[in-house]
Write a protein that binds this ligand. Structure first.
Ligand code: NAD
Length: 355
């Protein structure tokens, strides 16, 4: 199968390396609005550098969209129009209207839309999901997600699209915590209402969006969860997601430092209790972004292998566009609640993205 990559920035390497290493897949071409960037990137992976307009004329089977969030809709729609299966980076979009149009365009064209949430492919995350599926945890009723990260101010100033409401769609919630919100809703089910507050404590000189936020989430099951997220820590403390179920058992995972494969840090299941710190001492906490993204590559590779198999077999990928819209719906409600100062309903996807 012939694959391409659009957008040759930070995260694109994880996609290009996965395609290069995947049996039966050839990385044919890479495209970027910056031709020099595309040329450098394509040379690294032995692919052709082409303009974004030319990419979809190459008879590709699938393409990865690694461009900034506000451009996802245009690039995904272009792929759909050309009949190319498309794997888009998270978040699917910065508003649900765009997500709905992306899903509709792909469904109308009969192409598969997948969205990157590679943290679902951590064995620790899969183990927790399995403990929900097999009844070990029972019905999840209490969840916690903490996303306690370090970013230098240079992270926000490196690219013009970062840190504005119009182009980034938000701050730590939509760009970093979206992964952990996705895990939380994957474990706990449909979210129905949120309350949130956010502030900007460290990076306010260069961003207009939030760098710190807290929230509560209520689920259709009656379950409740808290979220705390910030990019203002030095050193960062990584991320954690924990779930307690109706059996009383708790399972949790911890990612430290950011970008590492998460480990199960709490497995408090009756008869099999384990509460451990899975990390050694002396680890460097605040890695450069390239190292953070690089250490996530094995899990990009697993999701990209799943997507390629979905294309080959004509089945849904692990994370579809509709599935990815669930975390965006929660984030939309979190921003609405922080603005209104009141609890806000999570938009119903049946209405936002009808079948
Ligand atoms: N899954 C993850 O863990 C993860 C990690 C990092 C980034 N991301 C996501 O990947 C996306 C890109 O992030 P990044 O950090 O790599 O950004 P980046 O700014 O480093 O790279 C984006 C690239 O896209 C190019 N570009 C912009 N508009 C384009 C267009 N219309 N057509 C072609 N090229 C275009 C830019 O020139 C740039 O080279 C974001 O949505 C981000 O949230 C996901």
């Amino acid at each position: 199968m012939r694959a391409g990559v659009v957008g040759c920035g930070n995260v694109a390497s994880n996609h290009a390396a996965a395609y290069r290493d995947l049996p039966g897949v050839e990385l044919v071409a890479c495209a970027d609005v910056d031709p020099e960037r595309a040329a450098r990137f394509a040379a690294t992976y032995g692919a052709a550098a082409v303009s974004p307009d030319a990419l979809f004329g190459l008879g590709l089977d699938m393409v990865s969209v690694c461009t900034p969030h506000p451009t996802h809709e245009a690039v995904v729609t272009e792929a759909a129009v050309h009949g190319v299966h498309v794997l888009c980076e998270k978040p699917i979009a910065i508003d649900l209207g765009a997500a709905a149009r992306m899903v509709a365009a792909c469904e109308a064209a009969g192409v598969i839309l997948g969205v990157l949430f590679q943290r679902r492919f951590w064995p620790a995350a899969q183990r927790i999901r399995a403990a929900i599926d097999d009844g070990t945890l029972g019905r999840p009723f209490l969840g916690h997600a903490s996303v306690l990260l370090h970013r230098d101010t240079s992270y926000y100033t490196a690219d013009a699209w970062r840190g504005t409401w119009a182009t980034d769609g938000g701050g730590v919630l939509i760009t970093q915590a979206v992964h952990n919100v996705d895990l939380l809703q994957w474990f706990m089910g449909e979210a129905v209402e949120v309350s949130a507050a956010h502030t900007t404590v460290k990076h306010g000189a260069v961003i207009e969006v939030e760098d710190t936020a807290v929230a509560t989430v209520r689920f259709a099951s009656g379950g409740l969860a808290t979220v705390a997220a910030s990019t203002a820590l030095t050193p960062g403390l990584g991320t954690r997601v924990r779930v307690t179920g109706s059996t009383g058992a708790t399972a949790g995972l911890a990612e430290y430092p950011e970008g590492s494969e998460a480990r199960v840090d709490v497995w408090a299941v009756p008869g099999a209790e384990a509460v451990t710190s899975p990390f050694g001492s002396g680890l460097a906490a605040d890695l450069p972004l390239s190292a953070i993204n690089g250490s996530l590559a094995p899990f990009h590779a697993l999701q990209i292998a799943d997507f390629a198999a979905a294309v080959r077999d004509g089945r849904d990928p692990a994370v579809t566009g509709r599935e990815a819209a669930k975390s965006l719906a929660i984030l939309t409600a979190l921003y609405a609640s922080a603005a209104s100062g009141r609890p806000e309903p999570v938009p119903t996807l049946k209405e936002e993205i009808p079948a």
